[in-house]
Design a protein around this ligand. Structure first.
Ligand SMILES: C[S@@+](CC[C@H](N)C(=O)[O-])C[C@H]1O[C@@H](n2cnc3c(N)ncnc32)[C@H](O)[C@@H]1O
Length: 373
């Protein structure tokens, strides 16, 4: 039996009660969506390096496009994986940009140790702030979020296309989309409110510190995507795509996408699982975070505290909106829609999730996650 209990975590200027769960007995638990904040540590980089699906797709694309070309690696990280892969594949020169100073320092040391200091130049800073001596032929980056654009890929790569990459330059990855499926949260974690295991507290604290206050931060569901039995119990519909980002085409980080989900199962509709579908190269099979295990895990977008009873054939129609926040990079997301059931009137439902947070304990889900007065 999964056990949950109340603990305390640190937020700027105060302590905050939090719903915690026992890691050993909790096959499904929550984690904050961290990639959109500068809170990368060794563990986070290691999780990405161990994601074989991601690593395989990127390695193949880099081997295909880098030989003989100039390459820009945006967000090289401490391991400089794609900068090194490009140099090993025969890139003429690689510019490896990294905004986190410690990660840039470690990347530089790793590149020197690997003997590529003459072919890879590490630039510390934001890609949007740097200049290059000439536009490059290939841009590789992995700044794809738990929602496709949530780490800023749309605006960052649009800037790179304008200033840093040749007009016919190739972008790796090729395309991403955010995906949505209707979810029965109680099916994912029967009879127990979901919580954070204690090992996750420090990431919640770091996200609160990065934003400057506690807020209803985006959370992801661990233990759902790679467990067919849990998916069967909790996914109530097939999936749809929103927020398309065409990195080799017209790239617009902002937009409204209309979508419709038709329920295929009976259950209680509590919200959406939002994932990412990623085409690393144009002709690749996409990586699909709603149904495949990878370092990307589905975001939970709560819509109803109790869950609304639904049956096959019922529909949820919604608009999904991405608008750049005031940092010009990270999107704020909003969703408004209507649940149409065979019996009864349409039920309006909405969700919003801004990058720097605009409320704390604003919905029943977050009041359960952060219990308190
Ligand atoms: C998801 S990690 C990927 C690390 C590595 N490239 C990999 O694929 O394993 C994203 C990295 O990009 C960095 N980053 C994000 N946006 C950036 C930008 N606009 N300019 C430079 N670095 C950026 C982050 O600090 C982080 O280290």
């Amino acid at each position: 039996m999964q056990r949950s209990y109340t603990a305390e975590i640190a937020a700027p200027g105060r302590k905050v009660p939090v719903r915690a769960c026992d890691f050993e007995s909790s096959p499904v638990f929550l984690f904050p969506s961290v990639g959109e904040y500068p809170v990368y540590d060794e563990v986070a980089y290691e999780v990405m390096i161990k994601d074989e699906r991601r690593m395989g797709a990127y390695a193949e694309a880099v081997r295909r496009y880098a030989p003989g070309r100039t390459v820009l690696d945006i967000g090289t990280g401490q391991d400089a994986v794609w900068a090194l892969a490009a140099a090993r594949a025969g890139a003429r020169h690689v510019w490896a940009v990294e905004v986190i100073p410690k990660s840039a320092r470690i990347a530089r040391a790793n590149i020197e140790r690997a003997g590529f200091a003459d072919r890879i130049t590490v630039v510390e800073g934001l890609s949007t702030d740097i200049e290059l001596p000439e536009p490059v032929e290939v841009c590789v980056s992995e700044i794809i979020g738990t929602l496709g654009g949530s780490e800023g890929a749309g605006s960052v790569l649009r800037d790179a296309r304008k200033r840093l990459v040749k007009p016919d330059g190739v972008f790796i990855p090729h395309r991403s989309a955010t995906t949505a499926v209707a979810l029965d949260l109680d099916g994912a974690s029967p009879g127990q409110p979901l919580g954070f295991p204690a090992i996750v507290f420090r990431y919640v604290e770091e996200v609160f510190a990065a934003v400057g206050r506690p807020f209803d931060l985006r959370v992801v569901l661990e233990g759902v995507q790679d467990n067919p039995k849990v998916r069967e119990r909790s996914y109530l519909s097939s999936s749809v795509e929103v927020e398309p980002l065409e990195f080799n085409g017209d790239l617009d980080p902002e937009g409204v996408d209309g979508a419709e989900l038709t329920f295929t199962g009976k259950g209680k509709f509590s919200g959406l699982a939002l994932g990412v579908r990623l085409w690393v190269a144009e002709d690749d099979e996409p990586i699909d975070s709603l149904v495949q295990s990878s370092n990307w895990t589905p975001v939970y977008a709560p819509l109803s505290g109790e869950g609304l009873p639904v049956r096959p054939g019922d529909r949820f129609e919604f608009d999904f909106t991405a608008t750049l926040s005031d940092d010009g990079v990270h999107p704020d997301y909003a969703l408004t829609g209507e649940l149409h059931r065979a019996d009864g009137p349409a039920v309006p439902l909405s969700w919003s999730s801004t990058h720097h947070g605009d409320g704390f304990r604003t919905t029943p889900f977050y009041r359960s996650l952060f219990p308190g007065p």
